[in-house]
Design a protein around this ligand. Structure first.
Ligand code: MG
Length: 253
């Protein structure tokens, strides 16, 4: 069932989203070869807490970090670690949630560490642009099949694949609400988003096969099955009749 938000709810979600987006920018500023993913996590956590919010992911299902930090072939859910150091040429996906005044904001971006290969840069650009393809359609009445197809048809045009095992989601008082929002779908099919819906749309795009493997050791880390690169971009959106508002914009006032 869709949980529709009031204007008051949305004002609160804008604040949660702005803090999550700001934490992502604080992490971006610290990204450099030799920095550990644990250090990035601490920067994110202190940014969130210093703005009066709580990291949504910390303790969620037992997740130990404040952010998910996923390098190269890790798609999502990378656990921050003192042992994992960023290296020149890596791409690093950082996923952040912030909770304040009863609501969550959820956002992710993939960043370059120093100079990266042309292939890695292209994957990042195409993944980010696939979210742009969704934004062209995003307004009251859009169907989930159209959203998923917008991502999938765009990225497959570049020879990439979308991850099928993990999806976007509604977000609000809970970090994960209905509906599930796959990055693939059949145009003209699926639930229609109503005015007042708030959703986290998050293309996860692989350079190679769509299949992923969850690490046996930690039960969290999701890797591409073929070891190729993956990128991830996510915003939390509010849907209305005219279109949408990005709730996880760090520049929002
Ligand atoms: Mg999410």
């Amino acid at each position: 069932m869709l949980i529709l938000k009031t204007d008051t709810d949305v004002r609160k979600m804008r604040l949660a989203g702005k803090i999550a987006g700001g934490a992502l920018m604080a992490a971006k500023a610290a990204i450099a070869p030799g920095v550990s993913t644990w250090e990035l996590d601490k920067i994110i956590e202190s940014y969130i807490r210093s703005h009066g919010a709580i990291p949504s992911f910390k303790g969620y299902g037992g997740f130990p970090g404040s952010a998910c930090i996923s390098i190269n072939n890790v798609v999502i859910h990378g656990i921050p670690s003192k042992k994992i150091l960023l290296q020149e040429g890596d791409i690093v996906s950082v996923d952040v949630g912030a909770y304040i005044d009863g609501f969550h904001g959820d956002t992710a971006k993939t960043f370059a560490v120093g100079d990266i290969s042309a292939e890695a840069a292209r994957l990042m650009e195409v993944t980010e642009n696939s979210l742009g393809e969704v934004m062209k359609l995003l307004r009251e009445g859009v169907r989930l099949g159209d959203i998923g197809n917008a991502v999938d048809s765009y990225v497959t045009g570049f020879g990439y694949t979308t991850v099928k095992d993990f999806v976007g989601h509604g977000v609000g008082r809970a970090l994960h609400e209905d509906p599930s929002i796959p990055n693939y779908g059949t145009p003209g099919r699926g639930l229609r988003l109503m005015k007042g819906t708030t959703v986290a749309i998050e293309p996860m795009v692989n350079a190679g096969v769509e299949d992923v493997i969850v690490d046996n050791h930690d039960g969290w880390t999701v890797r591409t099955a073929d070891g190729k690169l993956s990128a991830h971009f996510e915003h939390t959106f509010y849907i209305d009749k005219e279109g949408f508002v990005i709730l996880t914009d760090p520049e929002d006032n």
